[in-house]
Design a protein around this ligand. Structure first.
Ligand SMILES: Nc1nc2c(ncn2[C@@H]2O[C@H](COP(=O)(O)OP(=O)(O)OP(=O)(O)O)[C@@H](O)[C@H]2O)c(=O)[nH]1
Length: 468
């Protein structure tokens, strides 16, 4: 029962939107935008083919209603043929398009959000072109459209449907996602939760774009000049700002209301001569908003990747590349005159630990020892993984004797560590160097590595300092 009510609600909403579009018509069968296309796309995306029934009923009713609006006589047979053709022409391209967008997000995943946006925009353009061409054929077959009207209608119909899909489908998807939350897994980065909307931000930014639109439309109304109508394209700039700073739902709501006000102003002020400009402004603004919505996502993903690249996945010590970068920066900076020391340490007979206890325990040893060392270091110090079982520690503002003392303390502390799953104790060998002012990072590492080699040669589990 509840489900039937929802389907009836879908049919009624579709018809209300369709009636609004008819009021805003500026050419036969061509409104500045066609909101029902947005609702059909959203319903087909969220409900799948279950949405076809309610949309079909709405299509049959609207075809009959056209007679009333255009005062064209309609026989039962003509009504039936036109309705079936119209419903097919409307639902088939939009349904296939919605299916593509749904699959695109699954295939592209989180990283591919901009690609999903591109798919949505391309699908909106192609599906709308097909609905307009097939719709015109349907109306012509039913005798509801003459040949001159076909030529007048195809472009405004196409762009009107495209505007309906690009601008309104996301709003309807958001509304439907509150009732059908399973769609959220396909929406990925898009947070369409109402909680994400900050109402002060929403009203402030909505006022800004509506005022700018009002100024632009007023200029056109006063001058009746085509050049003046192009000023509406400048509103793309505040929209880019909105889309990159507000939540997706806020941007999508503002875009829909802005487009609604635009359609209303064009109809009320009789600006039909400029309707195509406004139609294109609507779709271009929507396309820009969609691309701009992916910018915060890309920034967040980049930050995430950068953080991952900077850390070693197992021990969470700095990665080799990041450590070298930081050491190089420290040695070249003005602080280079203050002392900086470098320690390199390597586990003793680590291969044996792996061979006797297995690699899982080997990993556990690496994690336990590096955790212990991290606890011993100051906030400014930095540990990095050179590779395998070899690690480096940068000690800024530390003189040579202190660095040697730290290495000895760590060496003794590691030997005392009791590690779960390991009956023997572990040990490490250490090489310590004082970094010369303006010395290359790799030169300091080379010297520390030679000291470490000496520590290994001298029997392991000890600290060797390299003075020069
Ligand atoms: N479990 C584990 N083992 C690793 C990892 N990275 C490197 N190893 C192993 O660490 C061992 C390092 O051995 P070597 O450096 O050749 O020498 P060693 O056995 O430590 O002996 P010395 O350094 O001469 O005292 C190798 O067997 C590597 O396979 C890791 O992430 N996890």
């Amino acid at each position: 029962m509840y489900r039937v009510m929802r389907y009836i609600g879908l049919t009624v909403s579709w018809l209300v939107l369709w009636r609004v579009a008819v009021v805003l018509e500026f050419a036969p069968h061509a409104s500045i935008w066609f909101p029902p296309a947005g609702l059909s796309f959203a319903a087909l995306l969220v409900l799948g083919w279950r949405a076809v029934g309610p949309i079909a009923v709405a299509g049959f009713v609207s075809t009959a209603w056209i007679t009333d609006i255009y005062s064209e006589p309609l026989t039962w047979m003509t009504w039936l043929t036109s309705s079936v053709l119209f419903v097919g022409a409307h639902t088939l391209p939009l349904g296939v398009g919605a299916y593509f967008v749904k699959c695109a997000h699954i295939n592209n995943g989180v990283i591919g959000f901009p690609r999903t946006v591109l798919t949505f925009l391309v699908v909106s353009a192609i599906s709308s072109l097909l609905t307009s061409l097939l719709g015109i054929i349907a109306l012509t077959e039913g005798g509801l459209m003459s040949e001159p009207e076909q030529w007048l209608s195809w472009l405004p119909w196409w762009i009107g449907d495209m505007a309906g899909v690009m601008v309104l489908a996301p709003v309807f998807i958001a509304v439907l996602s509150w009732r059908y939350p399973s769609i959220n897994e396909h929406l990925g980065e898009l947070n369409f939760s109402l909680k994400s909307v900050k109402w002060r931000v929403f009203f402030g930014r909505l006022c800004l774009v509506v005022v700018l639109l009002g100024l632009s439309v007023f200029l056109v109304y006063q001058t009746q000049r085509l050049e003046a109508s192009f000023t509406v394209f400048f509103i793309v700039l505040p929209f880019l700002w909105i889309a990159t700073t507000a939540s997706p739902l806020t941007s999508v709501f503002i875009l829909a209301l802005f487009s609604g006000v635009m359609a209303l102003l064009v109809a009320q002020l009789q600006l039909q001569d400029f309707a195509l400009v406004y139609q294109f402004a609507m779709t271009i603004t929507a396309a820009c908003v969609w691309f701009a919505l992916s910018i915060p996502t890309l920034i967040a993903q980049n930050a995430n990747l950068a953080a991952r690249v900077a850390r070693d996945g197992l021990t969470h010590a700095a990665s080799r590349g990041y450590f070298l970068q930081r050491l190089e920066k420290r040695l070249r900076s003005n602080e280079a005159n203050s002392p900086c020391c470098l320690i390199i340490f390597d586990f003793d007979h680590f291969k044996q630990i792996n061979d006797v206890y297995g690699h899982i325990i080997g990993d556990h040893v690496l994690v336990s020892v590096t955790n212990y060392i991290n606890q011993q270091l100051r906030e400014n110090d930095m540990m990095g993984r050179f590779g395998g079982d070899e690690f480096m520690i940068m000690l800024p503002d530390t003189d040579f004797s202190d660095a040697q003392a730290i290495a000895k303390r760590l060496c003794a502390g590691i030997e005392r560590l009791r590690i779960d799953g390991l009956s023997d104790s572990v040990s490490c060998s250490f090489g310590v160097v004082y970094c010369q002012p303006k010395e290359q990072a790799m030169s300091a590492i080379g010297r520390a590595d030679r000291a470490l080699l000496n520590a290994k040669k001298q029997g392991r589990c000890q600290v060797v300092a390299c003075v020069a």
